[in-house]
Design a protein around this ligand. Structure first.
Ligand code: BEZ
Length: 250
């Protein structure tokens, strides 16, 4: 949920369906029950909200991107534009579910407080997002290209990839009981790093001219090719997931 990344729902659908396809273990961890009211925080195009509704749970979805919210509504899910740090719900949900979103939130403490307020007493948070070490090859390459082109300005890394120990502490400080939290290395096949950069890193280079953006993408690709591309597997991003389940203690 970055304020600067521009989400293109069609490109996302075409090149980033791996995000939802790989999320089924998180839905298993959520274990939705009939009639439960569940908040899908950062619903993307609504694919996972639809899966959760198949358990006969009621899903309310939010996302920062208007185009993603529209895609979710098209799937028949109640969805609105809302940020993880500005949730307006009060003790409404049995569970908050969030996949591949919380690494966009710089102010984790604020989002955890809002999630806490959104949950009913003893409600649960099930989340998975980028954890410590996530996409290190990618961010190092982006940093290197910025370092080599002083005219690009500073590399503003929009992501927050916390350690499991730090996030556990944060949850406990906010009156959550952490049942499970783990960092899971998960190398992830993507179709081409250029598409990944177009979808997920456009906010980092939005201040550059079109020509500079092309140079950035080309040079990042050249740096990464010997590291994360092979004939056999294609492009494989060095993802590390932080997966967790925590309950409100009150
Ligand atoms: C991730 O899911 O880890 C991720 C996706 C886009 C940008 C950064 C990280």
């Amino acid at each position: 949920m970055s304020n600067t990344n521009k989400w293109n729902a069609d490109k996302y659908n075409k090149h980033a369906d791996f995000v939802s396809n790989l999320a089924f273990p998180v839905i298993e961890l959520l274990n939705p029950k009939e009639n439960e009211k569940i908040l899908d925080l950062g619903c993307g195009d609504g694919t996972l909200a639809v899966e959760i509704e198949k358990f006969n749970a009621q899903v309310i979805a939010v996302d920062l991107s208007e185009s993603m919210v529209a895609k979710t509504q098209e799937k028949g899910i109640q969805a609105s534009v809302m940020s993880a740090t500005e949730l307006t719900f009060q003790k409404e949900f049995d569970a908050v579910f969030s996949n591949a979103v919380l690494h966009w939130v710089k102010d984790s403490d604020k989002s955890i407080k809002k999630i806490f307020s959104s949950l009913k007493p003893k409600g649960r948070l099930i989340a998975e997002f980028g954890g410590y070490g996530n996409i290190k090859f990618l961010t190092d390459a982006m940093q290197k290209v910025f370092n080599e082109h002083k005219e690009f300005g500073t590399f503003n890394n929009p992501w927050n990839f916390p350690k499991n120990t730090d996030y556990k502490q944060l949850l406990e400080d906010n009156k959550f009981n952490v049942e499970y939290i783990e960092l899971i290395p998960r190398p992830t096949k993507i179709d081409d790093i250029s598409n990944w950069l177009d979808i997920f890193a456009n906010g980092i280079i939005s201040h550059l001219t079109q020509e500079q953006q092309s140079v950035f993408k080309q040079e990042v690709r050249e740096i990464l090719k010997p590291k994360i591309y092979s004939e056999k597997d294609g492009w494989v991003a060095d993802y590390v997931r932080l997966r967790l389940k925590a309950y409100k203690t009150v």
